[in-house]
Ligand binder design. Sequence first.
Ligand code: CA
Ligand code: CA
Ligand code: CA
Length: 130
Amino acid sequence: MAKRVLSVALIAIVLGGAAAPTLAASSLRAFDPDNDGTIDLKEAQAAASAVFAKLEKDSDGTLDVRELKGRVGQKALKAADPDQDGTLDEKEYLALTAQAFQQADPDNDGTVDTKELKSPAGKKLYKLIR
Ligand SMILES: [Ca+2]
Ligand SMILES: [Ca+2]
Ligand SMILES: [Ca+2]
C-alpha cells in the first residue's frame, strides 16, 4: 500500500515536471495579463513603460547609456534617438519598443507568441520589456 502511494506520488511529480512551463513561456506570461499566450503591442508597451520607470534612476526623464545597462546597443540607441541628445525619453523608448515588436512579429498577426519571442528579433524585444 505504501509502495502504491509512493508510485502515485512519483507519477504526480513526473507529470508535474512535464507540465512545468518552459522559461520562455513563463517569461511571456509576465507580459500577458489577458493570458492568451501572446503579447500584443499594448502589453509590450505597458511593460516597456514599467521598465522605463524602473531604469530611470536619476529622474531626469531620460535613459542614458548607463541607465540602459546594455539593453540597447550603441547603434540602436543612435537610431532610436531622433533628437540626438544621446538619451532616450519615454516616447523614444516606446517607439523603439514598437519597432522591435514589429520586427518580432514576422507573420504580422499583431501579436508575439512564444516562438516569435525566442527568435533573435524576439530576444531584442524581450530586452526592452523585461
Ligand atoms: Ca535618467
Ligand atoms: Ca533623445
Ligand atoms: Ca505573430
